[in-house]
Design a protein around this ligand. Structure first.
Ligand SMILES: Cc1cc2nc3c(=O)[nH]c(=O)nc-3n(C[C@H](O)[C@H](O)[C@H](O)COP(=O)(O)O)c2cc1C
Length: 216
């Protein structure tokens, strides 16, 4: 169906990236993937994936990480490959998602740095008016972080913090991750059943000794 760019940075929360890539491919999409140098450190630390210092071992690690079926649909680019196909305004991808997005990358995108492929793809999405979703993770947030987010939102980017809700009553980390990934998929127009949809509050329990209200 579509082809999405997923940029993984050095923010915490690589479980979100894993679930996102999986969900995009299972929904019939291809994924162009790039990881920053800091991202390569964090993915090793959080998920035990050996991406190499510059992401050069990520392609080889894909099938062990995501399984062969998913890996087949993922193309990996090194962060310094600023001339790779997704970096051009002529490449008509379905959208770019930076997940998780560090405050460093977010600030550099807000300032138009384009110092690696992840930042360049985001820069291109902004200049071409294409779909760009940033999934920042940091807490607390400084005024610099907040101003950078406001600036990007003003340019049309979607700021979708890795900030799962609890109203769907999660019972596992996977449930929390799925809640954020479902929100991302909604914003990029991918149909999914990754997370449940809100169907309203349950009826409050009837107090003992009282009669339940009659139905109309
Ligand atoms: C284990 C670990 C966790 C980190 N978590 C975060 C985080 O949640 N948010 C953030 O903005 N930076 C985080 N950092 C710091 C970034 O990795 C660092 O600022 C880096 O320069 C970002 O580079 P990048 O934007 O090119 O990926 C973390 C670093 C490490 C080593």
């Amino acid at each position: 169906m579509g082809r999405f760019f997923v940029g993984i940075t050095g923010a915490s929360g690589h479980a979100y990236a894993e679930a996102l890539v999986r969900a995009l491919v299972l929904a019939g999409n291809g994924v162009d993937l790039s990881i920053t140098r800091a991202g390569a450190l964090v993915i090793q630390h959080e998920l035990g994936i050996d991406a190499g210092e510059r992401g050069e071992r990520l392609q080889a690690s894909l099938s062990g990480w995501l399984g062969e079926e998913i890996a087949q649909e993922v193309r990996v680019f090194l962060p310094e490959e600023v001339g790779a196909p997704p970096s051009s305004g002529t490449a008509l991808g379905s959208g770019a998602i930076l997940c998780p997005c560090s405050m460093g990358t977010l600030g550099r995108v807000a300032a138009g740095f384009s110092s690696n492929l992840v930042e360049r793809v985001a820069d291109v999405a902004l200049k071409e008016g294409r779909r760009l979703v940033l999934v920042p993770r940091e807490t607390p947030l400084s005024q610099i972080h907040l101003e950078n987010m406001a600036r990007l939102a003003g340019m049309g980017a979607v700021i979708l913090p890795a900030m799962p809700g609890f109203y769907h009553r999660p019972t596992s980390i996977e449930d929390l991750v799925a809640h954020v990934v479902g929100k991302i998929l909604d914003r990029v127009g991918v149909e999914h059943a990754v997370s449940s949809r809100w169907s309203g509050l349950e009826e409050p329990p009837v107090e003992p000794g009282t009669t339940p209200p009659e139905e109309d």
